[in-house]
Write a protein that binds this ligand. Sequence first.
Ligand code: ADP
Ligand code: MG
Length: 209
Amino acid sequence: MSVNFLIQKAKEIQVVIDSNASEIEKLDQEIGDGDHIFNVQRGIKLVIELEPTIKDLPISKALNQIAMKVLSGIGGSSGALFGTLFMTMAKGTNIDEGIDFKKAVEIFAQGVEAVKQRGKADVGEKTMMDVLIPVANCLKKGLEENKDKREILSEAIDVAESGMLSTKDLLATKGRASFLGERAKGHIDPGARSSQLMIKTVCESVIQK
Ligand code: ADP
Ligand code: MG
């Protein structure tokens, strides 16, 4: 994983998020305040615009700049949560010496754990954690079982999708949707959908490489 990899993935994610924008917007209009797609699109744009500033930096510094940009530039829960993800990844041990697949999984999983603590939400609360936590666990388990990288990534795509779909029938206990009680049922969580699309994009892109 290099700085160039991060920027290229952000560009690929931008295309996918833009083409699903109206669906994501509608999801947050149904159970939130409608701004999730705006927050996500702004975050992606800010990261891509950082390219000239971060392209020659060590990965730890680049990730840190991405974190700062996301934290300061995006509103809503997403800004704080995704900022925490990148901030934690930036602190990964010895990452400037190179990030192979194993290391990438390790720092992603540490990032997800930090997001979990920041937002105090676990699996089953109808948030993006219903995608992020199972994906992190699936990646770690695949490595422990010495599975092939492509196999692990393709399992992660499936796990992200089932996690996203599982939010539909859940009651929300964290975030704005929790104010809706039973009325949140029957709607997929917008943060779960945007996270699932991002994970799918990155995993597919690495599988095809
Ligand atoms: P806001 O809820 O502040 O308007 P966004 O609309 O950008 O922010 O993001 C909403 C998404 O954030 C939700 O769909 C949910 O997935 C996620 N979310 C909200 N609260 C939490 C939390 N405490 N932990 C994890 N994710 C959360
Ligand atoms: Mg919102």
